[in-house]
Design a protein around this ligand. Structure first.
Ligand SMILES: NC(=O)c1ccc[n+]([C@@H]2O[C@H](COP(=O)([O-])OP(=O)(O)OC[C@H]3O[C@@H](n4cnc5c(N)ncnc54)[C@H](OP(=O)(O)O)[C@@H]3O)[C@@H](O)[C@H]2O)c1
Length: 238
């Protein structure tokens, strides 16, 4: 899948210390192509010592000595923020890694509580945010009308995830192909979207769908209405 994505012109590649073998697959597949892509990973450890140890393992697995973006993984609670920003907290590791040139940009991710990401943006000048972008979002605790516009107002890069609600979206009647979901996400003020794939054919199909560009406003409203009855199930991640 990684080679197919590279051949199809994909330049954003994402992993995380928490994603079992994912980093090592990149280390094996990228080779010299690492130089020409934007490669990112994440740490879910809230302490500086733990995060630095994650970064060491991440760089070894990816077979590179730098990351384009390092993200604080899955911010969910006030307790997460308190630990990250307290003495000995993970933010010290993130700042040190940037100063030492091991990472170029720093970001945050989350899909449970928009308020927590908004607070994080207040606490530190992050470069990027990874958040859910799909037609179920407007129904409840939406990231689309809170974190996304605030991140843009502050000049951050925005990465959309949960574009297919981990595949569940394809069970919604009349929306059983990835194309409308991908085009819905691309209609938002995002820098890029990251989609999980299970085989090279899905990579190809998603690239072809994305090439069709953003969905129109009327189609977006129609899709939100069609998805609304299933919104709670589709947002299993909240
Ligand atoms: N907190 C965080 O930072 C966080 C949390 C979650 C995810 N992520 C990132 O986001 C990525 C995507 O995960 P996600 O949860 O957002 O999932 P997603 O992209 O919404 O959905 C991925 C799933 O959709 C299905 N799919 C994809 N392309 C398809 C196609 N062409 N045809 C049919 N089915 C297709 C596959 O599931 P089936 O084939 O099984 O149906 C695939 O596993 C992850 O790999 C990860 O990098 C980050």
């Amino acid at each position: 899948m990684i080679r197919r994505a590279l051949d199809l012109g994909i330049s954003y590649f994402e992993s995380a210390r928490a994603y079992s073998g994912s980093e090592a697959y990149y280390g094996e597949a990228l080779g010299d192509d690492r130089q020409r892509i934007f490669l990112t990973s994440k740490s879910h450890d809230r302490t500086a010592i733990g995060a630095l140890s994650h970064l060491e393992t991440t760089l070894k697995n990816l077979r590179t000595d730098w990351l384009d973006l390092w993200q604080l993984h899955d911010l969910r609670s006030e307790a997460d923020l308190a630990q990250i920003f307290s003495p000995g907290g993970a933010i010290e590791a993130f700042e040190r890694a940037k100063k030492e040139g091991k990472v170029r940009f720093l970001g945050i991710t989350g899909h449970q509580e928009p308020q927590i990401l908004l607070q994080a943006l207040e606490l530190y000048p992050f470069d990027t945010v990874l958040l859910p972008v799909n037609p179920a979002e407007p129904a409840y605790l939406s990231f689309l009308d809170s974190v996304l516009p605030e991140a843009r107002r502050r000049g951050l890069g925005v990465i959309g995830m949960k574009v297919l609600c981990r595949g569940l979206g394809l069970q919604v009647p009349d929306y059983g192909t990835p194309e409308p979901w991908i085009r819905y996400a691309l209609a938002h003020d995002v820098s890029t979207i990251v989609i999980g794939c299970d085989n090279p054919q899905q990579v190809q199909q998603n690239v072809e769908a994305a090439a069709k560009g953003a969905l129109g406003a009327e189609e977006m409203a129609k899709m939100e209405a069609a998805v609304a009855p299933y919104a709670r199930q589709l947002m299993y991640y909240k």
